[in-house]
Design a protein around this ligand. Structure first.
Ligand code: BTN
Length: 261
């Protein structure tokens, strides 16, 4: 995969968007954050493999070469920081649409940042905001990791019960099309934030509606019934005591509380 295979496939992305593809990187999110002061908005960094791929909540993201797409975008939003939580759901919808159009594989979203196909997690999204000393939003780095095919030796034991791939067999030649489709779909949504109707695209893909899940907060876990999402893609839940809540961040699981995968 190289830049020249991706650029001609982009549709409706910003004129200033640049794409850089590296062989190896610790983490494309970490690298873009380190370089942010000297890079323009909409700089995209893709690594063929990551040696220290990062997920949410301090977890690692397994990033071997040839089987996945590891991509980060430097964003300088023109909307207020309070609307930043819309970036991750927009990216999740973009990944779903891209995977469906490039591979014809149906996808679902596990709130708030995981994309599933065939019952397994095929993509994780990590949005990191950086604030100026004044407290104003400086920029955000949006990282997207997609497992396109199973790694040759299989997924590491700790993530194997949850992790899956879009395709059953290697298809490295499809990575440029996937990257371009995600970028095109993402900017289509992002350029219209915060007003755009993200809900109509996000809600139908949401997993676990009508089911009980665990809401994890620090060391505490609470069972809750998933009711759906609101227009800001917050997860609407009802606890057994009748209390309702709109979750704007955090972690849910349908697995035993101690398994936070
Ligand atoms: C998660 O599953 O919690 C989020 C995973 C995000 C992985 C992507 S891969 C590209 C970018 N670089 C990183 O180190 N992380 C993100």
């Amino acid at each position: 995969m190289n830049e020249l295979q991706i650029l001609p496939l982009l549709l409706g992305t910003p004129a200033g968007l640049t794409v850089r593809v590296m062989d190896e990187c610790d983490s494309t999110n970490s690298r873009l954050k380190r370089e942010a002061d000297r890079l323009p908005a909409d700089s995209v960094l893709i690594a063929r493999r990551q040696t220290g791929g990062r997920g949410r909540l301090g977890r690692s993201f397994f990033s071997p070469e040839g089987t996945g797409l590891y991509m980060s975008l430097l964003l300088r939003p023109d909307f207020p920081a309070e609307d930043l939580p819309l970036v991750t759901p927009a990216a999740a919808v973009a990944v779903c649409r891209a995977v469906e159009s490039v591979y014809g594989v149906e996808t679902k979203i596990k709130w708030v940042n995981d994309v599933y196909a065939r019952g397994k997690k095929i993509c994780g999204i990590l949005t990191e905001a950086v604030f100026a000393p004044t407290g104003a939003l400086s920029h955000a780095v949006l990282g997207i990791g997609v497992n396109v095919s199973p790694p040759p030796g299989g997924f590491p034991e700790d993530i194997a019960p949850v992790a899956g791939a879009v395709l059953p067999a290697p298809a490295p030649e499809t990575l440029p099309s996937l990257a371009a489709a995600i970028l095109s779909e993402f900017y289509n949504l992002y350029s219209a934030l915060p007003e755009t109707d993200l809900y109509s695209a996000y809600a139908p893909r949401l997993l676990y509606v009508g089911q009980y899940i665990n809401v994890l907060r620090g060391d505490s876990t609470r069972r809750a019934l998933v009711l759906g999402t609101d227009t800001r893609c917050r997860l609407l839940v009802r606890y057994p005591d009748g209390e309702r809540e709109a979750l704007s961040g955090g972690e849910i699981t349908v697995r035993p509380a101690e398994d936070k995968s």
